[in-house]
Design a binder for this molecule. Structure first.
Ligand SMILES: N[C@@H](CCC(=O)N[C@@H](CS)C(=O)NCC(=O)O)C(=O)O
Length: 259
C-alpha cells in the first residue's frame, strides 16, 4: 500500500509512529508530495478533488483519507502487535482521550497563525483550557502512569506529532503548558522523547512552519515573498533560524535563507 504524504505533516506522522511501533514502517511505501505546488491532476482524480494529505491507496487501489481513519486501517491491516487496546473498557478510555484531539489541534494552530496581538492572551487561554482538559483526563484515568496505559500506544500515536508541532508555539508565541498542569507536562515530555516518534526535530518544525506563524498555511505564500518556508530546497538545516517576533517582523526570502 502507498501513503501520499508531506514529510513534516503531523497527521502523516501519526501513521509513521504507529507503523514504527509495529516494526512495519517498511510495509508501506511513503510517497512525498510537495505542498508548495498544485496537486497533480492524477492525484486529484484519485482523491475526488481533495487536496488534504495523508492519502492511503490500498493494494486494490481504494483511496482512503483522514489520519484517524488511516490509523485504524493500519491497525486492522497489521494486527500484530496490537497498538490499540483490545479490552473494551480500555479501548473506550483510549477513544475518549483521542476524541479530544480536534479541539486541541485547532487551538494550537489558531494561536500560531494569529496576527493580532490583542487576541493573543485569549488564544493562550483557549489552549491552556485544552491542556487542562487533557491533564484532567490523565489525572483521572492514569494518575500514576507516564502514558495513558502502561506503554506508549494508540493515544500517544495520536498526540505526539502535535506536541512536537507545538514547538512552534514555544518559539513564536513564548507559549508552554502552564506549570500547574504537571500531569500533562510529564505526558508531553515522555511522548516527544519516545524512540518511535523521532521523525522530526524542533529545528525543522520551527523553520518550516515560519509561514504558519505569518498566517500562511499549507504551502501558501506570505505577501511579498516568492518562496514558501515549506520548500524542499534549500534544505531547512542550511537555513538560519527565523526571527521569533512574528507580530513585528516579516522576514524576507533572503533572511529566511530561501533565495
Ligand atoms: N483531518 C485531516 C487533516 C489533514 C491535513 O490538514 N493535512 C494538511 C497537511 S498537515 C494538508 O494536507 N494540507 C493541504 C491541503 O489541505 O490542501 C487528517 O487528519 O488527515
Amino acid at each position: 500500500m502507498i501513503v501520499h504524504h508531506i514529510p513534516v505533516c503531523p497527521f502523516s506522522q501519526r501513521l509513521e509512529i504507529l507503523l514504527a511501533l509495529k516494526g512495519k514502517r517498511d510495509a508501506v511505501e511513503f510517497r512525498v508530495v510537495d505542498i508548495t505546488r498544485p496537486r497533480e491532476p492524477e492525484h486529484l482524480a484519485k482523491t475526488g478533488g481533495s487536496t488534504a494529505l495523508p492519502v492511503l491507496e490500498t493494494d486494490d487501489g481504494v483511496v482512503l483519507r483522514e489520519s484517524m481513519v488511516l490509523l485504524q486501517f493500519l491497525e486492522d491491516s497489521f494486527p500484530e502487535p496490537a497498538i490499540a487496546e483490545r479490552e473494551p473498557v480500555r479501548r473506550a478510555i483510549e477513544n475518549m482521550f483521542a476524541s479530544m484531539e480536534g479541539g486541541f489541534v485547532s487551538a494550537g494552530y489558531r494561536l500560531v497563525m494569529n496576527q493580532d496581538r490583542g487576541r493573543r492572551e485569549a488564544l493562550h487561554a483557549k489552549l491552556d483550557a485544552q491542556y487542562a482538559a487533557l491533564d484532567a483526563f490523565l489525572v483521572r484515568y492514569a494518575p500514576d502512569r507516564t502514558f495513558l496505559f502502561e506503554d506508549f500506544g494508540w493515544a500517544e500515536a495520536v498526540y505526539t506529532s502535535m506536541f512536537q508541532r507545538f514547538w512552534f508555539l514555544d518559539y513564536y508565541e513564548d507559549y508552554d503548558i502552564p506549570n500547574a498542569l504537571a500531569r500533562v507536562r510529564r505526558y508531553r515530555d515522555a511522548c516527544v522523547a519516545h524512540p518511535a516518534a523521532q521523525q522530526v526535530t524542533r529545528e525543522e518544525i520551527v523553520k518550516l512552519y515560519y509561514d504558519y506563524a505569518k498566517n500562511a498555511g499549507n504551502g501558501a505564500l506570505v505577501e511579498g515573498r516568492a518562496r514558501s518556508s515549506f520548500v524542499f530546497e534549500p534544505h531547512w538545516s542550511k537555513r538560519p533560524w527565523p526571527p521569533r517576533d512574528k507580530y513585528g517582523v516579516s522576514a524576507t526570502d533572503a533572511e529566511l535563507g530561501l533565495s
